[in-house]
Design a binder for this molecule. Structure first.
Ligand code: NAD
Length: 278
């Protein structure tokens, strides 16, 4: 997220000084997948592959976004315009990735208002999935993790925390819910750990979630959601910045990555201010 400094000659909708936020994906807006709203699978920005992203392995020649400046290809399409000023700054930054991604997880689970849902993982993505389920009218939301600060954040927004080191999380949810939940979201990924929290066991969360099998996966098509989520923020109906645990200058990024990787000192979602102006 940032302020437009300069525009190339192919840009007609943006101007210097505009405040914008970009999806983590890079998309051209003109291939078949983009036209169908599947911007995470754009075929035009990363030849031989479906999908491009900033600073990500195998996702094309795009430099990472944690920098003072970023060059945005197909900028008219990729940049989402924000209202001028500084209002909602820490909420809008969530539109780049985790808010749409959490929303997407709930969407592809097939969720409908009134249903119950279990979200595995209370990292930034899991908390945003749980928050999306709350916004979308879930009757009950269970959030599984083992990190106390993260489970605490889930509880604060009205979800039921489930500590998977205190017993099988599925058994705990079934007991609390009086039966199985309607939907579930895996917001952990392949770094899932076993119930002792000691060894990685990549399949454990998927096995926890399985019953009648219908699975959706894949990177989030941020462009399909970010406009609407921006408007929920502007209208005061969503405030995803509650997930922000720390704000730092870019010089402290190495330290923050280390703490985030070890999930210590409450490092859940860290905002990097590359120009040190906060
Ligand atoms: N699809 C997308 O577009 C997209 C976008 C961003 C991130 N991601 C992915 O989403 C996943 C989550 O991202 P994050 O930033 O929130 O990560 P994170 O590592 O901060 O959070 C994962 C959480 O899962 C917990 N966990 C580990 N094993 C578990 C288990 N067995 N049961 C329940 N919880 C368990 C960990 O304690 C941790 O708090 C990652 O795999 C990331 O790559 C996907």
């Amino acid at each position: 997220m940032g302020i437009v400094e300069e525009v190339g000659e192919g840009v007609s909708l943006l101007k210097t000084g505009d405040r914008v936020v970009m999806p983590f994906n890079v998309a051209d807006g003109r291939c078949r997948n983009c036209e169908e709203g599947k911007t995470a699978f754009c075929t035009g920005v990363n030849p031989g592959f479906a999908g491009g992203a900033y600073g990500y392995v195998a996702m094309g020649p795009y430099r990472g976004g944690q920098a003072q400046y970023i060059r945005v290809p197909y900028a008219d399409f990729n940049a989402l315009l924000l209202p001028p000023g500084k209002e909602h700054e820490t909420d809008f930054i969530m539109l780049a990735d985790i808010f749409p991604t959490g929303w997407h997880g709930v969407e592809i689970s097939g969720f409908q208002a009134g249903e119950s849902i279990a979200v595995f993982g209370a990292g930034p993505v899991g908390l945003m999935a749980a928050y999306s389920a709350v916004l979308r009218g879930a009757c009950r939301v269970y959030v599984v993790d083992r990190v106390p600060e993260r489970l605490g954040a889930a509880e604060k927004m009205g979800c039921t925390p489930v500590d998977f080191t205190r017993g099988d999380p599925v058994d705990q949810i079934i007991a609390l819910n009086g039966g199985m939940v309607d939907r579930s979201v895996d917001a952990v990924g392949y770094q899932a750990v076993n119930s002792g929290g000691t060894t990685e066991q990549p399949n454990i969360v998927l096995e926890n979630m399985i019953r009648g099998l219908s699975i959706g996966t894949g990177q989030c098509n941020v462009k399909s959601y970010n406009r609407y989520l921006r408007d929920l923020i502007i209208a005061g109906r969503a405030k995803p910045s509650f997930v922000v645990s720390h704000e730092i200058n870019i010089d402290d990024a190495e330290m923050a990555y280390d703490k985030f990787a070890r999930r210590i000192d409450g490092y859940t979602k860290v905002l990097i201010h590359p120009n040190g102006d906060f």
